[in-house]
Design a protein around this ligand. Structure first.
Ligand code: PEP
Ligand code: MG
Length: 321
């Protein structure tokens, strides 16, 4: 890592005109925590819990999960940890989770859809997360939401888990914050309504790009069409941020685009509250953000671009000035 970047350890992430944007980290394996701390991540914006379920024969027990979540939370010493419930299916296969072969796995039984059908699996996870929230700063996030009812059902299950824990006299944070990932065009267009039901949004631009451009994110034959610079993706993100802030909730980006230097001026100008990136990108992004200012008109100019290529050219020109 560049020595120069290391000098940004302990600094705030703040544009020249004084706008604070938090730089959080994505993590899969609990071992990634050390990297988060070494790189001065301001929190964990996406804990991909599916890795706890992989390379084994049965799902992790409540106790195993509780220990992992609370250890991660304790190491973060009061900083926020956003735990995403199991995002299985699509590109993420788990041997003992028998999702039948599907013609279109990315459009099939995955993530929150599967978990709402397997109530016990999700309840166990929610209990573990809740119990860990008693001593750590933990939030819960549900993936791949498309329909309003999924939010209601997931929240109902969370209430059920809370009620049971109260009966068992187990403590947890009763005001734990609940958010959803915005990863589908349906979630984008429903975001005004969804924002009334949850405490925060996190935009998963990997899937949002896949579903908006109708391009399988793993298929190299059509990857030339997979672009977060496609104006449709940028317009979607604009809509989500406006709808979130209209309801007074925070919105972050946790897909790969959170690390794209060319897009950073757009994210801060839009007023993204938090970017969640791989640990080794934290300091470089902080350095970059601390060197630029917000430009309120940038987004409206950007969405006039006709294509992804035009968007890239436009943003390159802007970053020179
Ligand atoms: C995303 O879709 O952008 C995201 C962050 O989730 P994942 O990459 O785990 O699907
Ligand atoms: Mg995703």
């Amino acid at each position: 890592q560049l020595e120069e970047e290391k000098s940004f350890i302990g600094c705030k992430t703040k544009t020249r005109d004084g706008y604070n944007c938090k730089i959080y980290c994505n993590m899969g394996s609990p071992e990634d925590v050390q990297q988060v701390l070494n790189n001065d991540g301001e929190g964990i914006g996406l804990f991909r819990t599916e890795f706890l379920y992989m390379n084994r024969q049965t799902p992790p027990t409540e106790e195993e999960q509780y220990n992992i979540y609370s250890n991660v939370g304790k190491k973060l010493k009061g900083k926020e940890v956003i735990i995403r419930t199991l995002d299985v299916g699509g590109d993420k296969k788990i041997e003992y989770i028998n999702i039948e072969d599907e013609l279109n796995p990315f459009l099939g039984n995955r993530a929150i859809r599967y978990c709402l059908q397997e109530e016990k699996l999700l309840l166990t996870q929610l209990r573990a997360i809740l119990r860990a929230s008693k001593e750590c700063n933990i939030k819960i996030m549900f993936p791949m939401i498309t329909a309003f009812e999924e939010i209601i059902e997931a929240k109902k299950l969370l209430e059920k888990a809370k009620k049971k824990l109260i009966e068992e006299e187990k403590s947890f944070n009763k005001n734990i914050k609940v958010g959803i990932m915005i990863e589908t065009p349906a979630a984008v267009f429903n975001s005004a309504e969804f924002a009334k039901e949850v405490d925060f949004f996190s935009i998963g631009t990997n899937d949002l790009t896949q579903y908006t451009c109708a391009v399988d994110r793993m298929n190299t034959k059509v990857s030339y069409l997979y672009s977060p610079y496609n104006p449709a993706v940028i317009k979607s993100i604009k809509m989500v941020v406006e709808n979130a802030h209209g309801e007074g909730i925070e919105v972050s980006i946790c897909g790969e685009t959170a690390s794209e230097e060319l897009l950073l001026p757009l994210w801060i100008s839009l007023g993204i509250d938090e970017l969640s990136v791989i640990p080794r990108n934290v300091l470089g992004i902080r350095k970059h953000i601390n060197s630029i200012s917000r430009n309120e008109t940038l987004i409206n100019e950007a969405i006039k671009c006709k294509s992804g290529d035009e968007m890239i050219k436009f943003l390159k020109n802007k970053s020179v000035i």
